[in-house]
Design a protein. Structure first.
Length: 115
């Protein structure tokens, strides 16, 4: 009986987080103005990227709990659209080396070399 209550509690928690993420996306249409209807799984990279960059602390925490630490680490490491401030903050929060992120790794070579 205890096991069933625990499973029910966990499933209810997942549904609440899922509902919160969907409501957050619906209420923050300005963040996704250039996207059509968003799918929580297909568009998860973009959703995480934009919430980390422009969302509130609570929204960031909900996105991390919904998609998981490992996926959010992947976004922080590989995103081309996150600002250095955002990458630095979440790299420290998620225990990622700054040098392991695209933002702080070697900058791509310049097209024109200075004189």
């Amino acid at each position: 009986m205890y096991k069933l209550r625990y499973i029910d509690h966990v499933l209810r928690g997942i549904l609440l987080v899922n509902d919160f993420v969907q409501r957050m996306i619906a209420s923050r249409k300005g963040l996704f103005w250039d996207k059509g209807p968003l799918d929580l799984e297909k568009d998860k990279f973009v959703i995480v990227e934009r919430i980390l960059e422009f969302g509130t602390e609570r929204e960031s925490q909900e996105v991390i709990s919904y998609y998981g630490d490992e996926f959010v680490r992947e976004v922080v490491r590989n995103s081309r659209n996150l600002s250095p401030k955002t990458v630095n903050y979440f790299a420290r929060l998620l225990d990622i080396s700054r040098e392991a992120t695209r933002c702080f790794s070697d900058v791509s070579p310049r097209i024109w070399q200075p004189f």
